[in-house]
Design a protein around this ligand. Sequence first.
Ligand code: ARG
Length: 461
Amino acid sequence: NAGALWGGRFAGGPADALAALSKSTHFDWRLARHDIEGSRAHARVLGAAGLLDDEQLAGMLAALDVLDADVEAGRFGPAPDDEDVHAALERGLIERAGTELGGRLRAGRSRNDQIATLVRMYLREHARLVAAGVLDVVDALVAQAAAHPGAAMPGRTHLQHAQPVLLAHHLLAHAWPLLRDVARLQDWDARAAASPYGSGALAGTSLGLDPAAVARDLGFERPVENSIDGTAARDVVAEFSFVAAMIGVDLSRLAEEVVLWATKEFSFVTLDDAYSTGSSIMPQKKNPDVAELARGKAGRLIGDLTGLLATLKGLPLAYNRDLQEDKEPVFDAVDTLEVLLPAVAGMVATLQFHTDRLAALAPQGFALATDVAEWLVRQGVPFRVAHEVAGACVRECEERGIELWDLADDDLAAISEHLTPGVRSVLSVEGSLASRDAVGGTAPSRVGEQLALAEQTLAEA
Ligand code: ARG
């Protein structure tokens, strides 16, 4: 194989079975553009170190430009014999620059430092795209919150009615984790901004090439501190995969609620036709497939992370070929999120909330019992007693099949001397909401502040 990057010490070529196992062009070809960018930077440091004269450097860069254009236009691609993206592109370079000049580029670099660098370049680019997609989902949540300023809904714990909350408060509770995911991607980028180029196979270069110059050229902030670490570490890939999985999990929790909310029994929302699907047999069906796929893809994203961590566990330093297995899962995570996020954003943006039903259900299930107990505390009653008294109100109502606000003054007085008619001030959803007015609470004034903060965070992200 004329394009092979190795072979000198071998009497024969690789077995077909080995070549088939070893090959990675079907997934690493997506790094071709980054590989060529890396080659340009590498050619320049070879020039700076006197290993390419001005004419050779100009010829090399010109050939790389032609190769780049040919790759871009689909005129050049990996051949069946090419082991990986690096081998394919060296073949392409030699075809364009000739063996004499093209054969000089590989000096002082290894596929080990190349691939470690290219993956970082690729993921740093896509981290920005993924973050933009997450922000679009946040934007949709924030817009829905802003569109329903006073709407109440049943807040739940254990999926049981707990206390009334504002719909906007609940929607923003899905926005904040996603904003933290975006912050995670930004924090991650600071760690990913170190270039392994120049680490060589593992020990660094003897040719006087400047890793800092290559790093600058490729948009990194600095070269890695240690060439062994630079070629062997994949925590930067694993950390990206974790953030991708976390985004998947955060979307999945929102998605599960949308699935429930769209049922006949809940009837909290109607999905837009553009974001729901039909059934091939049941003509009436309108299914929440976007939400279900979001829930399903979370499992896949978690698998991408755990598969990679399992691959890394126990690998000795420095490079081992196992590391080639980092790419398919992390590329899958990128592809999954890039197709999922716009669909979730569209689904959320077009959800139609049934605010009358939400408001009617908000106080059901004795959701104001805590308000009774806390009202008693404000009258000086110890909470232990207040809890018992409010509980007795619930028991009485349950037996009689009525709601807390149906209890007459006499009923209240019979339960406890502390239950004066003043307690009625908190036996309404509005009263309950307004009373939870500390920072982070569901009182309309606080949710208004929270919404402004979310909008500001979104604008600055
Ligand atoms: N294709 C490999 C990878 O993705 C890079 C090549 C390193 N191969 C080697 N035999 N040292 O990790």
